[in-house]
Design a protein around this ligand. Structure first.
Ligand code: NOJ
Length: 549
Protein backbone atom coordinates (compact mmCIF):
# COMPACT_ATOMS: atom_id res chain seq x y z
CA UNK A 1 0.00 0.00 0.00
CA UNK A 2 1.17 3.46 -0.83
CA UNK A 3 2.58 5.25 2.22
CA UNK A 4 1.57 8.84 2.63
CA UNK A 5 3.09 11.27 5.13
CA UNK A 6 -0.17 11.85 6.99
CA UNK A 7 -0.76 8.15 7.65
CA UNK A 8 1.67 8.17 10.57
CA UNK A 9 0.44 11.54 11.76
CA UNK A 10 -1.80 12.52 14.63
CA UNK A 11 -4.05 15.53 14.17
CA UNK A 12 -5.03 17.90 16.96
CA UNK A 13 -8.15 20.03 16.58
CA UNK A 14 -8.14 23.55 17.95
CA UNK A 15 -11.40 25.40 18.43
CA UNK A 16 -9.77 28.83 18.58
CA UNK A 17 -12.54 30.59 20.44
CA UNK A 18 -12.06 28.31 23.43
CA UNK A 19 -8.36 27.49 23.34
CA UNK A 20 -6.34 30.34 24.83
CA UNK A 21 -7.05 34.06 25.16
CA UNK A 22 -3.97 36.27 25.01
CA UNK A 23 -5.57 39.71 25.29
CA UNK A 24 -8.18 39.40 28.01
CA UNK A 25 -11.24 39.91 25.83
CA UNK A 26 -12.61 36.53 26.89
CA UNK A 27 -12.18 34.98 23.43
CA UNK A 28 -9.33 32.69 22.41
CA UNK A 29 -7.06 33.99 19.66
CA UNK A 30 -4.15 33.22 17.32
CA UNK A 31 -1.58 34.75 19.64
CA UNK A 32 -2.95 32.46 22.33
CA UNK A 33 -2.42 29.45 20.08
CA UNK A 34 1.16 30.48 19.33
CA UNK A 35 1.82 30.63 23.07
CA UNK A 36 0.76 26.99 23.41
CA UNK A 37 2.65 25.45 20.50
CA UNK A 38 5.35 24.09 22.79
CA UNK A 39 2.64 22.27 24.72
CA UNK A 40 1.39 20.67 21.49
CA UNK A 41 4.91 19.80 20.45
CA UNK A 42 5.44 18.04 23.76
CA UNK A 43 2.29 16.04 23.16
CA UNK A 44 3.82 15.02 19.83
CA UNK A 45 1.10 15.91 17.34
CA UNK A 46 1.92 16.52 13.67
CA UNK A 47 -0.97 18.52 12.30
CA UNK A 48 -3.31 21.14 13.74
CA UNK A 49 -6.83 21.29 12.38
CA UNK A 50 -7.87 24.85 13.01
CA UNK A 51 -11.62 25.39 13.21
CA UNK A 52 -12.54 28.47 11.14
CA UNK A 53 -10.54 31.63 11.77
CA UNK A 54 -11.86 33.59 8.79
CA UNK A 55 -13.82 36.82 9.10
CA UNK A 56 -17.27 36.01 10.40
CA UNK A 57 -20.18 37.62 12.24
CA UNK A 58 -20.19 34.47 14.40
CA UNK A 59 -23.74 33.35 14.06
CA UNK A 60 -22.32 29.81 14.12
CA UNK A 61 -18.92 30.56 15.67
CA UNK A 62 -17.01 31.06 12.44
CA UNK A 63 -18.79 28.45 10.31
CA UNK A 64 -20.51 31.45 8.73
CA UNK A 65 -17.74 33.13 6.73
CA UNK A 66 -18.05 36.69 5.47
CA UNK A 67 -14.55 36.89 3.96
CA UNK A 68 -12.37 33.89 3.15
CA UNK A 69 -9.30 36.08 2.71
CA UNK A 70 -9.25 37.74 6.10
CA UNK A 71 -9.01 36.77 9.76
CA UNK A 72 -11.78 37.26 12.30
CA UNK A 73 -10.86 40.34 14.31
CA UNK A 74 -11.63 38.54 17.59
CA UNK A 75 -8.81 36.15 16.72
CA UNK A 76 -6.23 38.64 15.41
CA UNK A 77 -4.88 39.67 12.02
CA UNK A 78 -3.41 38.12 8.89
CA UNK A 79 0.02 38.95 10.33
CA UNK A 80 -0.80 36.80 13.35
CA UNK A 81 -1.91 34.02 11.04
CA UNK A 82 1.32 34.20 9.09
CA UNK A 83 3.27 34.08 12.31
CA UNK A 84 1.29 31.06 13.45
CA UNK A 85 2.16 29.27 10.20
CA UNK A 86 5.82 30.20 10.63
CA UNK A 87 5.94 29.11 14.27
CA UNK A 88 4.27 25.77 13.53
CA UNK A 89 6.76 25.12 10.73
CA UNK A 90 9.63 25.62 13.16
CA UNK A 91 8.16 22.79 15.19
CA UNK A 92 7.41 20.51 12.23
CA UNK A 93 3.70 20.94 12.73
CA UNK A 94 1.35 21.37 9.77
CA UNK A 95 -1.84 23.38 9.68
CA UNK A 96 -5.09 22.09 8.24
CA UNK A 97 -7.62 24.88 7.68
CA UNK A 98 -11.33 24.37 8.05
CA UNK A 99 -12.92 24.80 4.64
CA UNK A 100 -16.54 25.87 4.76
CA UNK A 101 -17.86 25.99 1.22
CA UNK A 102 -21.36 24.59 1.50
CA UNK A 103 -22.47 28.03 2.64
CA UNK A 104 -21.19 31.49 3.47
CA UNK A 105 -22.43 34.11 5.89
CA UNK A 106 -25.30 36.28 4.71
CA UNK A 107 -22.83 39.11 5.31
CA UNK A 108 -20.48 37.81 2.62
CA UNK A 109 -20.17 40.29 -0.25
CA UNK A 110 -21.49 37.63 -2.71
CA UNK A 111 -24.71 37.22 -0.76
CA UNK A 112 -25.20 40.93 -0.20
CA UNK A 113 -25.06 41.32 -3.99
CA UNK A 114 -27.08 38.20 -4.66
CA UNK A 115 -30.09 39.33 -2.67
CA UNK A 116 -30.22 42.77 -4.34
CA UNK A 117 -32.02 41.77 -7.53
CA UNK A 118 -32.91 38.77 -9.65
CA UNK A 119 -30.54 39.84 -12.40
CA UNK A 120 -27.58 40.61 -10.19
CA UNK A 121 -24.44 38.78 -11.47
CA UNK A 122 -24.16 37.06 -8.08
CA UNK A 123 -27.79 35.91 -7.98
CA UNK A 124 -26.94 32.39 -9.09
CA UNK A 125 -24.17 32.04 -6.48
CA UNK A 126 -26.89 30.99 -4.04
CA UNK A 127 -30.10 28.98 -4.22
CA UNK A 128 -33.17 31.15 -4.81
CA UNK A 129 -36.67 29.92 -5.58
CA UNK A 130 -40.01 31.61 -6.03
CA UNK A 131 -42.99 30.12 -4.26
CA UNK A 132 -46.43 31.56 -3.72
CA UNK A 133 -47.88 29.57 -0.87
CA UNK A 134 -45.17 29.14 1.70
CA UNK A 135 -41.70 27.62 1.35
CA UNK A 136 -40.85 25.74 -1.87
CA UNK A 137 -40.43 22.43 0.01
CA UNK A 138 -40.52 20.81 3.45
CA UNK A 139 -36.76 20.57 3.85
CA UNK A 140 -35.82 21.56 7.39
CA UNK A 141 -32.70 23.25 8.66
CA UNK A 142 -30.25 21.34 10.84
CA UNK A 143 -30.69 24.23 13.28
CA UNK A 144 -34.52 23.85 13.43
CA UNK A 145 -37.31 25.34 11.30
CA UNK A 146 -37.61 25.55 7.53
CA UNK A 147 -34.50 25.55 5.36
CA UNK A 148 -36.13 28.30 3.25
CA UNK A 149 -36.06 31.96 4.21
CA UNK A 150 -38.28 34.52 2.57
CA UNK A 151 -36.46 37.60 1.36
CA UNK A 152 -38.70 40.61 0.81
CA UNK A 153 -36.20 42.47 -1.38
CA UNK A 154 -36.88 40.24 -4.37
CA UNK A 155 -39.86 38.25 -3.07
CA UNK A 156 -38.12 34.90 -3.27
CA UNK A 157 -36.87 32.30 -0.83
CA UNK A 158 -33.23 31.40 -0.35
CA UNK A 159 -32.03 28.03 0.88
CA UNK A 160 -30.04 27.52 4.10
CA UNK A 161 -29.44 24.10 5.60
CA UNK A 162 -27.98 25.66 8.71
CA UNK A 163 -28.93 29.04 10.21
CA UNK A 164 -30.67 31.66 8.11
CA UNK A 165 -27.43 33.63 8.31
CA UNK A 166 -25.71 30.75 6.46
CA UNK A 167 -27.15 30.76 2.92
CA UNK A 168 -26.09 27.71 0.88
CA UNK A 169 -23.82 28.36 -2.06
CA UNK A 170 -24.78 26.99 -5.46
CA UNK A 171 -21.80 24.87 -6.41
CA UNK A 172 -23.40 23.89 -9.69
CA UNK A 173 -22.32 27.33 -10.85
CA UNK A 174 -18.77 26.86 -12.24
CA UNK A 175 -17.88 30.46 -11.39
CA UNK A 176 -18.52 29.73 -7.70
CA UNK A 177 -16.29 26.67 -7.82
CA UNK A 178 -13.51 28.63 -9.54
CA UNK A 179 -13.65 31.29 -6.82
CA UNK A 180 -13.42 28.61 -4.15
CA UNK A 181 -10.44 26.91 -5.81
CA UNK A 182 -8.68 30.25 -6.04
CA UNK A 183 -9.25 30.80 -2.34
CA UNK A 184 -7.94 27.32 -1.49
CA UNK A 185 -4.82 27.92 -3.56
CA UNK A 186 -4.34 31.22 -1.75
CA UNK A 187 -4.19 29.42 1.60
CA UNK A 188 -1.99 26.59 0.37
CA UNK A 189 0.45 29.07 -1.10
CA UNK A 190 0.55 30.78 2.30
CA UNK A 191 1.90 27.57 3.76
CA UNK A 192 -1.03 25.64 5.19
CA UNK A 193 -1.00 21.93 4.38
CA UNK A 194 -4.58 21.02 3.77
CA UNK A 195 -8.22 21.22 4.67
CA UNK A 196 -10.90 19.71 6.84
CA UNK A 197 -13.95 20.13 4.62
CA UNK A 198 -17.14 21.10 6.39
CA UNK A 199 -20.24 19.04 5.39
CA UNK A 200 -18.63 18.29 2.06
CA UNK A 201 -21.14 15.55 1.25
CA UNK A 202 -23.69 18.32 0.61
CA UNK A 203 -21.99 20.19 -2.20
CA UNK A 204 -23.67 18.23 -5.01
CA UNK A 205 -27.18 18.78 -3.63
CA UNK A 206 -30.22 19.04 -5.92
CA UNK A 207 -32.76 20.84 -3.76
CA UNK A 208 -35.62 20.52 -6.24
CA UNK A 209 -35.27 16.76 -6.14
CA UNK A 210 -34.90 16.72 -2.36
CA UNK A 211 -31.41 15.29 -2.73
CA UNK A 212 -29.12 16.84 -0.16
CA UNK A 213 -26.19 14.54 0.52
CA UNK A 214 -24.46 12.45 -2.14
CA UNK A 215 -25.80 14.43 -5.08
CA UNK A 216 -24.98 13.10 -8.55
CA UNK A 217 -22.20 15.65 -9.11
CA UNK A 218 -20.52 15.35 -5.72
CA UNK A 219 -17.61 13.16 -6.77
CA UNK A 220 -17.10 15.07 -10.03
CA UNK A 221 -16.67 18.26 -8.05
CA UNK A 222 -14.22 16.66 -5.64
CA UNK A 223 -12.16 15.31 -8.53
CA UNK A 224 -12.16 18.73 -10.14
CA UNK A 225 -11.05 20.28 -6.85
CA UNK A 226 -8.33 17.71 -6.56
CA UNK A 227 -7.08 18.48 -10.04
CA UNK A 228 -7.23 22.24 -9.70
CA UNK A 229 -5.99 22.55 -6.14
CA UNK A 230 -5.13 19.56 -3.99
CA UNK A 231 -2.87 17.69 -6.38
CA UNK A 232 -0.66 20.75 -6.72
CA UNK A 233 0.61 20.58 -3.13
CA UNK A 234 1.52 17.77 -0.72
CA UNK A 235 -1.81 18.18 1.05
CA UNK A 236 -3.76 16.31 3.69
CA UNK A 237 -7.55 16.40 3.54
CA UNK A 238 -10.45 15.09 5.53
CA UNK A 239 -14.05 15.50 4.51
CA UNK A 240 -16.84 15.86 7.03
CA UNK A 241 -19.42 13.44 5.63
CA UNK A 242 -22.32 12.71 7.98
CA UNK A 243 -23.89 10.52 5.29
CA UNK A 244 -20.83 8.39 4.56
CA UNK A 245 -21.13 4.63 4.41
CA UNK A 246 -18.25 2.22 4.04
CA UNK A 247 -19.08 2.09 0.31
CA UNK A 248 -19.11 5.84 -0.28
CA UNK A 249 -15.99 6.23 1.86
CA UNK A 250 -14.19 4.11 -0.71
CA UNK A 251 -15.30 6.54 -3.39
CA UNK A 252 -13.99 9.51 -1.43
CA UNK A 253 -10.72 7.96 -0.31
CA UNK A 254 -10.00 5.08 -2.68
CA UNK A 255 -6.64 4.91 -4.36
CA UNK A 256 -6.71 6.34 -7.85
CA UNK A 257 -10.00 8.17 -7.21
CA UNK A 258 -8.16 11.46 -6.66
CA UNK A 259 -10.63 12.95 -4.22
CA UNK A 260 -9.87 13.11 -0.49
CA UNK A 261 -7.44 11.40 1.90
CA UNK A 262 -10.04 10.44 4.50
CA UNK A 263 -13.54 11.23 5.70
CA UNK A 264 -15.27 11.52 9.04
CA UNK A 265 -17.88 8.83 9.51
CA UNK A 266 -20.71 9.53 11.96
CA UNK A 267 -21.95 6.01 12.57
CA UNK A 268 -20.14 5.56 15.87
CA UNK A 269 -21.28 9.04 16.93
CA UNK A 270 -24.99 8.42 16.50
CA UNK A 271 -25.30 5.31 18.67
CA UNK A 272 -27.11 7.32 21.33
CA UNK A 273 -29.77 8.55 18.89
CA UNK A 274 -33.05 6.87 17.98
CA UNK A 275 -32.67 6.08 14.30
CA UNK A 276 -34.20 8.63 11.99
CA UNK A 277 -35.31 11.00 14.77
CA UNK A 278 -32.29 13.26 14.83
CA UNK A 279 -29.53 13.96 17.30
CA UNK A 280 -31.68 15.00 20.26
CA UNK A 281 -33.78 11.81 20.45
CA UNK A 282 -31.75 9.96 23.06
CA UNK A 283 -31.33 6.25 23.44
CA UNK A 284 -29.10 3.99 25.56
CA UNK A 285 -25.66 3.33 24.14
CA UNK A 286 -25.19 -0.20 22.84
CA UNK A 287 -21.65 -1.49 23.31
CA UNK A 288 -21.76 -4.44 20.93
CA UNK A 289 -23.10 -2.07 18.30
CA UNK A 290 -20.12 0.22 18.86
CA UNK A 291 -17.72 -2.67 18.34
CA UNK A 292 -19.56 -3.69 15.22
CA UNK A 293 -19.51 -0.20 13.70
CA UNK A 294 -15.84 0.45 14.45
CA UNK A 295 -14.84 -2.99 13.18
CA UNK A 296 -16.83 -2.72 9.98
CA UNK A 297 -15.04 0.51 9.13
CA UNK A 298 -11.68 -1.02 9.96
CA UNK A 299 -12.16 -4.04 7.72
CA UNK A 300 -14.04 -2.36 4.87
CA UNK A 301 -11.42 0.28 4.20
CA UNK A 302 -8.41 -1.98 4.66
CA UNK A 303 -6.25 -1.36 1.59
CA UNK A 304 -9.25 0.25 -0.11
CA UNK A 305 -9.26 3.66 1.50
CA UNK A 306 -8.20 5.28 4.74
CA UNK A 307 -10.01 5.88 8.04
CA UNK A 308 -10.09 8.94 10.22
CA UNK A 309 -10.20 7.97 13.90
CA UNK A 310 -12.00 10.25 16.33
CA UNK A 311 -14.02 10.27 19.54
CA UNK A 312 -14.55 14.02 19.85
CA UNK A 313 -14.81 17.31 18.09
CA UNK A 314 -16.46 20.70 18.60
CA UNK A 315 -19.88 19.24 17.67
CA UNK A 316 -19.86 16.24 20.01
CA UNK A 317 -20.12 15.71 23.75
CA UNK A 318 -16.92 14.74 25.56
CA UNK A 319 -16.02 11.08 25.10
CA UNK A 320 -15.08 10.42 28.71
CA UNK A 321 -18.60 11.49 29.70
CA UNK A 322 -20.16 9.51 26.89
CA UNK A 323 -18.44 6.11 26.77
CA UNK A 324 -16.22 6.43 29.83
CA UNK A 325 -16.81 7.19 33.48
CA UNK A 326 -16.17 10.87 34.14
CA UNK A 327 -16.20 10.41 37.92
CA UNK A 328 -14.45 7.58 39.77
CA UNK A 329 -12.60 6.16 36.75
CA UNK A 330 -12.11 9.30 34.70
CA UNK A 331 -8.38 8.80 34.24
CA UNK A 332 -8.55 5.05 33.57
CA UNK A 333 -11.46 5.31 31.18
CA UNK A 334 -10.02 8.28 29.26
CA UNK A 335 -6.80 6.32 28.74
CA UNK A 336 -8.71 3.18 27.78
CA UNK A 337 -10.74 5.02 25.14
CA UNK A 338 -7.61 6.63 23.76
CA UNK A 339 -5.85 3.26 23.55
CA UNK A 340 -8.70 1.56 21.72
CA UNK A 341 -8.88 4.34 19.14
CA UNK A 342 -5.19 5.03 18.61
CA UNK A 343 -4.28 1.39 18.04
CA UNK A 344 -6.70 1.15 15.11
CA UNK A 345 -5.87 1.78 11.48
CA UNK A 346 -6.36 5.35 10.32
CA UNK A 347 -5.26 8.84 11.24
CA UNK A 348 -6.22 9.75 14.81
CA UNK A 349 -7.71 13.11 15.73
CA UNK A 350 -7.51 14.56 19.24
CA UNK A 351 -9.92 17.36 20.13
CA UNK A 352 -8.54 20.02 22.47
CA UNK A 353 -8.88 19.00 26.10
CA UNK A 354 -9.41 15.33 25.29
CA UNK A 355 -5.76 14.74 26.19
CA UNK A 356 -6.39 15.92 29.75
CA UNK A 357 -9.73 14.16 30.07
CA UNK A 358 -12.03 17.22 30.00
CA UNK A 359 -15.65 16.31 30.70
CA UNK A 360 -19.14 17.45 29.74
CA UNK A 361 -20.70 20.38 31.54
CA UNK A 362 -23.88 19.56 33.37
CA UNK A 363 -25.80 22.80 33.11
CA UNK A 364 -29.57 22.70 33.38
CA UNK A 365 -30.22 26.36 32.64
CA UNK A 366 -30.41 27.28 28.94
CA UNK A 367 -29.16 30.84 29.57
CA UNK A 368 -25.68 29.43 30.26
CA UNK A 369 -25.48 27.87 26.80
CA UNK A 370 -24.16 29.77 23.77
CA UNK A 371 -24.65 27.43 20.82
CA UNK A 372 -27.24 28.45 18.23
CA UNK A 373 -28.16 24.82 17.62
CA UNK A 374 -29.06 24.17 21.28
CA UNK A 375 -30.80 27.52 21.72
CA UNK A 376 -32.94 27.12 18.59
CA UNK A 377 -33.84 23.58 19.61
CA UNK A 378 -34.81 24.74 23.10
CA UNK A 379 -37.05 27.52 21.75
CA UNK A 380 -38.69 25.28 19.20
CA UNK A 381 -39.50 22.51 21.68
CA UNK A 382 -40.63 24.99 24.33
CA UNK A 383 -43.13 26.43 21.84
CA UNK A 384 -44.35 22.91 21.09
CA UNK A 385 -44.99 22.47 24.82
CA UNK A 386 -42.31 19.85 25.56
CA UNK A 387 -41.41 19.97 29.29
CA UNK A 388 -38.25 21.97 29.91
CA UNK A 389 -36.63 19.15 31.85
CA UNK A 390 -36.94 16.83 28.89
CA UNK A 391 -35.48 19.39 26.48
CA UNK A 392 -32.59 20.08 28.82
CA UNK A 393 -31.89 16.38 29.23
CA UNK A 394 -31.12 16.20 25.50
CA UNK A 395 -29.08 19.40 25.53
CA UNK A 396 -27.04 18.30 28.54
CA UNK A 397 -26.29 14.98 26.92
CA UNK A 398 -25.70 16.04 23.33
CA UNK A 399 -25.27 19.84 23.22
CA UNK A 400 -22.19 21.10 21.40
CA UNK A 401 -21.24 23.46 24.22
CA UNK A 402 -20.08 20.38 26.13
CA UNK A 403 -17.02 20.51 23.89
CA UNK A 404 -16.78 24.27 23.66
CA UNK A 405 -16.11 25.39 27.21
CA UNK A 406 -12.66 26.97 27.61
CA UNK A 407 -9.55 24.83 27.69
CA UNK A 408 -8.55 24.22 31.30
CA UNK A 409 -4.91 25.27 31.51
CA UNK A 410 -4.45 25.60 35.26
CA UNK A 411 -6.13 26.28 38.57
CA UNK A 412 -6.26 30.09 38.18
CA UNK A 413 -9.53 31.94 37.64
CA UNK A 414 -11.37 30.63 34.53
CA UNK A 415 -8.88 27.78 34.30
CA UNK A 416 -6.18 30.18 33.10
CA UNK A 417 -7.97 30.55 29.76
CA UNK A 418 -8.45 34.33 30.05
CA UNK A 419 -7.78 37.28 32.33
CA UNK A 420 -11.15 38.69 31.35
CA UNK A 421 -14.64 37.26 31.31
CA UNK A 422 -14.85 34.15 29.10
CA UNK A 423 -17.44 34.13 26.29
CA UNK A 424 -18.74 30.88 27.79
CA UNK A 425 -18.19 29.72 31.36
CA UNK A 426 -15.37 27.35 32.14
CA UNK A 427 -16.29 23.89 33.44
CA UNK A 428 -16.34 24.07 37.26
CA UNK A 429 -14.02 21.06 37.54
CA UNK A 430 -10.97 22.99 36.31
CA UNK A 431 -9.43 22.94 39.79
CA UNK A 432 -8.83 19.19 39.45
CA UNK A 433 -8.74 18.82 35.67
CA UNK A 434 -6.20 21.07 33.99
CA UNK A 435 -3.09 20.89 31.83
CA UNK A 436 -0.70 22.08 34.52
CA UNK A 437 -1.75 19.27 36.83
CA UNK A 438 -1.50 16.77 33.94
CA UNK A 439 1.97 17.86 32.96
CA UNK A 440 3.27 17.48 36.50
CA UNK A 441 2.02 13.92 36.82
CA UNK A 442 3.77 11.16 34.87
CA UNK A 443 0.67 8.97 35.14
CA UNK A 444 -1.64 11.55 33.60
CA UNK A 445 -3.87 11.11 30.59
CA UNK A 446 -1.66 13.62 28.77
CA UNK A 447 1.40 11.34 28.93
CA UNK A 448 -0.68 8.36 27.89
CA UNK A 449 -1.66 10.20 24.72
CA UNK A 450 1.96 11.18 24.22
CA UNK A 451 2.95 7.49 24.37
CA UNK A 452 0.22 6.44 21.94
CA UNK A 453 1.31 9.08 19.43
CA UNK A 454 4.91 7.94 19.74
CA UNK A 455 3.95 4.27 19.30
CA UNK A 456 2.29 5.04 15.97
CA UNK A 457 5.51 6.67 14.81
CA UNK A 458 7.69 3.84 16.08
CA UNK A 459 5.68 0.78 15.00
CA UNK A 460 4.62 0.25 11.40
CA UNK A 461 2.10 -2.32 12.56
CA UNK A 462 0.02 0.42 14.18
CA UNK A 463 -0.20 2.17 10.84
CA UNK A 464 -0.50 -0.74 8.42
CA UNK A 465 -1.60 -3.87 10.33
CA UNK A 466 -4.75 -5.72 9.35
CA UNK A 467 -7.53 -5.55 11.92
CA UNK A 468 -9.48 -8.44 13.39
CA UNK A 469 -12.11 -8.22 16.11
CA UNK A 470 -12.01 -10.82 18.91
CA UNK A 471 -14.73 -11.68 21.45
CA UNK A 472 -17.32 -10.11 19.16
CA UNK A 473 -20.30 -10.55 21.47
CA UNK A 474 -18.60 -9.92 24.77
CA UNK A 475 -20.76 -7.37 26.61
CA UNK A 476 -17.88 -5.58 28.39
CA UNK A 477 -14.61 -6.25 26.58
CA UNK A 478 -13.38 -4.89 23.30
CA UNK A 479 -10.43 -6.89 22.00
CA UNK A 480 -8.78 -6.91 18.61
CA UNK A 481 -5.58 -7.80 16.87
CA UNK A 482 -3.60 -6.06 14.16
CA UNK A 483 -1.32 -8.19 12.02
CA UNK A 484 1.55 -7.02 9.89
CA UNK A 485 4.52 -8.91 8.52
CA UNK A 486 6.06 -10.88 11.40
CA UNK A 487 4.10 -9.24 14.19
CA UNK A 488 0.71 -9.14 15.87
CA UNK A 489 -0.62 -6.44 18.13
CA UNK A 490 -3.17 -7.50 20.74
CA UNK A 491 -5.44 -4.83 22.22
CA UNK A 492 -7.71 -5.71 25.15
CA UNK A 493 -9.97 -3.14 26.78
CA UNK A 494 -12.61 -3.26 29.47
CA UNK A 495 -15.29 -0.67 28.66
CA UNK A 496 -16.96 -0.89 32.08
CA UNK A 497 -16.28 -0.69 35.81
CA UNK A 498 -16.52 -4.42 36.57
CA UNK A 499 -13.97 -7.24 36.54
CA UNK A 500 -14.82 -9.45 33.57
CA UNK A 501 -12.95 -12.73 33.11
CA UNK A 502 -10.47 -12.69 30.29
CA UNK A 503 -9.31 -15.81 28.55
CA UNK A 504 -6.22 -15.55 26.40
CA UNK A 505 -7.02 -16.45 22.78
CA UNK A 506 -5.22 -19.67 21.84
CA UNK A 507 -3.58 -18.03 18.87
CA UNK A 508 -1.59 -15.73 21.11
CA UNK A 509 1.99 -16.81 21.75
CA UNK A 510 2.32 -15.67 25.33
CA UNK A 511 6.07 -16.20 25.59
CA UNK A 512 6.70 -13.91 22.64
CA UNK A 513 4.50 -11.10 23.91
CA UNK A 514 5.73 -7.78 25.18
CA UNK A 515 3.52 -5.26 26.95
CA UNK A 516 3.78 -1.95 25.13
CA UNK A 517 1.21 0.18 26.92
CA UNK A 518 -1.19 -0.15 29.84
CA UNK A 519 -3.41 2.24 31.78
CA UNK A 520 -2.58 0.67 35.16
CA UNK A 521 0.82 1.25 36.74
CA UNK A 522 0.82 -2.21 38.30
CA UNK A 523 1.36 -3.91 34.94
CA UNK A 524 0.96 -7.50 33.72
CA UNK A 525 3.91 -8.16 31.47
CA UNK A 526 2.31 -11.13 29.69
CA UNK A 527 -1.28 -11.60 28.60
CA UNK A 528 -1.43 -14.95 30.48
CA UNK A 529 -1.16 -13.02 33.75
CA UNK A 530 -4.58 -11.50 33.13
CA UNK A 531 -7.42 -13.59 34.50
CA UNK A 532 -9.86 -10.82 35.13
CA UNK A 533 -9.63 -7.27 33.83
CA UNK A 534 -9.64 -4.29 36.16
CA UNK A 535 -12.18 -1.45 35.74
CA UNK A 536 -11.63 0.26 32.37
CA UNK A 537 -8.31 -1.52 31.98
CA UNK A 538 -6.64 -1.38 28.57
CA UNK A 539 -3.50 -3.27 27.60
CA UNK A 540 -1.60 -3.66 24.36
CA UNK A 541 0.90 -6.44 23.64
CA UNK A 542 3.24 -6.80 20.70
CA UNK A 543 3.74 -10.42 19.71
CA UNK A 544 6.62 -11.55 17.52
CA UNK A 545 6.03 -14.51 15.26
CA UNK A 546 7.96 -17.71 15.88
CA UNK A 547 10.94 -17.94 13.50
CA UNK A 548 10.52 -20.65 10.81
CA UNK A 549 13.32 -23.06 11.74
C1 NOJ B 1 -20.36 21.20 10.64
C2 NOJ B 1 -19.54 21.94 11.64
O1 NOJ B 1 -18.66 21.07 12.27
C3 NOJ B 1 -20.52 22.60 12.58
O2 NOJ B 1 -19.88 23.13 13.72
C4 NOJ B 1 -21.26 23.65 11.82
O3 NOJ B 1 -22.27 24.20 12.63
C5 NOJ B 1 -21.92 23.07 10.56
N1 NOJ B 1 -21.09 22.15 9.86
C6 NOJ B 1 -22.27 24.17 9.61
O4 NOJ B 1 -21.12 24.75 9.08
Amino acid sequence: MEKAWWQKSTIYQIYPRSFNDSNGDGIGDLEGIIAKLDYLQLLGIDIIWLSPVYQSPNDDNGYDISNYYDIMSDFGTMDDMERLIEETKKRDIHIMMDLVINHTSDEHHWFKESRKSKDNPYRDYYIWRESENGPPSDITSVFSGSAWEWDGQTDEYYFHLFSKKQPDLNLHNPEVREHLYKMMNFWLSKGVSGFRMDVIDLIGKEVDENVLTDGPKLHDYLQEMNEKVLSRYPTVTVGETPSATTETAQLYTGKGRNELDMVFTFQHMSLDERAGEGKWALKELDFTELKKVLSTWQTSLFQKGWNSLYWNNHDQPRIVSRWGNDQEYRVESAKMLATVLHMMQGTPFIYQGEEIGMTNIDWDDITRYRDIESINYFNEKKTEGVPEQEIMQSIRTKGRDNARTPFQWNDDAHGGFTNGVPWIEVNANYHEINALEAMGNQDSIFYHYQKLIALRKRLDIVVYGEYELLLEDHPEIMAYTRTWEEQTLLVVANFYGGNPDFKLPETVDDARSTLIISNYSDTRERPSEIHTLRPYEAVVYLIEKQPNN
